[in-house]
Design a protein around this ligand. Structure first.
Ligand code: OAD
Length: 272
């Protein structure tokens, strides 16, 4: 708590004006979306019905080429539209309103940052999203309405197909074996040296290149970890001044807003 107090004081007195959030599935578990790697509750521990050779195959491009069914079974459950942002998503929006936000790098494909109202210019969806879909063979785009129709269509076994070449279509989520969007690299090159505070939240920092971001910021940049557990560079190469808030993201959102005197504004944002 005392560390959060120091952070809140610094936020209030203007020490930080260029804040970068780096987030993962743990900021959305409060919305009812499971994370990937938490033992017992994480997605990867609960995929036995999909008969995968290994859990991460569900997001592997080579496996998808052979067996797209597993991904589409999961996509039906995770498809955006039925989940609402958490307090932590609204905390990010509040940073934007306070003109403190420089960027939010998210590994999540649930688009809850957008739904919380964070401006598109601030968001980097490092692992893509369900916003658009392309054929994995000829790269033709398939409209989301058509993708959804195919997902319901038993004639194609729930697997969307390209209207141009008949290949399988996949939402623009970055699978293992695919590159991250140019926007990720372009903006990170600018942001890396220009942020004065990074808040890493709800990620196990196990998937690269995203997992390497916290280690790449200069030593003058204050680092904060909001997570159930100590992860990545915060565990392997901790810096003396790192702030660790090892509790649930939504609890920290409340505590930080309270300490900054922003609690009413956070409630108001959620109510809107
Ligand atoms: P993980 O499931 O690997 O990590 C989630 C982290 O959040 C864990 O350290 C949890 O302890 C923590 N956590 C869970 N709920 C929390 C809560 N309410 N408050 C605080 N911490 C909480 O998820 P990611 O790191 O996001 O890739 O996974 C990275 C990538 O691996 C994903 O983007 C996905 C996956 O394969 C693709 O889909 C391409």
């Amino acid at each position: 708590m005392s560390d959060l107090k120091t952070l809140a004081e610094a936020l209030k007195n203007g020490t930080y004006s260029r804040v970068v959030f780096m987030v993962g599935a743990g900021i959305s578990t409060g919305a009812g979306i499971p994370d990937f790697r938490s033992p017992g509750t994480g997605l990867y521990a609960n995929l036995s019905k999909l008969n995968l050779p290994y859990a991460e195959a569900v997001f592997d491009i080579e496996y998808f080429r052979q067996s797209p069914k597993a991904f589409y079974t999961l996509a039906g459950e995770l498809y955006p539209g039925k989940f609402l942002p958490t307090k932590f998503h609204y905390l990010i929006k509040l940073f934007e309103e306070k003109r403190l936000l420089r960027r939010v790098y998210t590994q999540n494909i649930d688009t809850l940052e957008r739904i919380a109202g964070v401006g598109a210019d601030y968001i980097v969806e490092a692992h893509g999203s369900f916003a658009a879909n392309h054929c994995i063979d000829c790269d033709a785009e398939l409209a989301t309405e058509l993708l959804k129709l195919d997902m319901e269509d038993e004639l194609v076994d729930g697997i969307p197909v390209c209207r141009q070449c008949g290949g399988y279509v996949k939402p623009d989520i970055v699978f293992f074996g695919e590159g991250l969007p140019d926007r990720f690299y372009d903006l990170w090159e600018q942001d890396c040296k220009k942020t004065d505070l990074i808040i890493v939240a709800g990620t196990s920092l196990s998937v690269y290149p995203f997992a390497g971001l916290p280690a790449a910021v200069p030593r003058r940049t204050q680092r904060v970890l909001v997570n159930q557990e100590r992860v990545g560079d915060f565990a392997s190469s901790p810096r003396k001044v790192d702030i660790l808030a090892l509790r649930a993201c939504d609890v920290i959102a409340d505590e930080l807003a309270e300490l900054c005197g922003w609690a009413d504004e956070l409630v108001e944002l959620i109510r809107k």
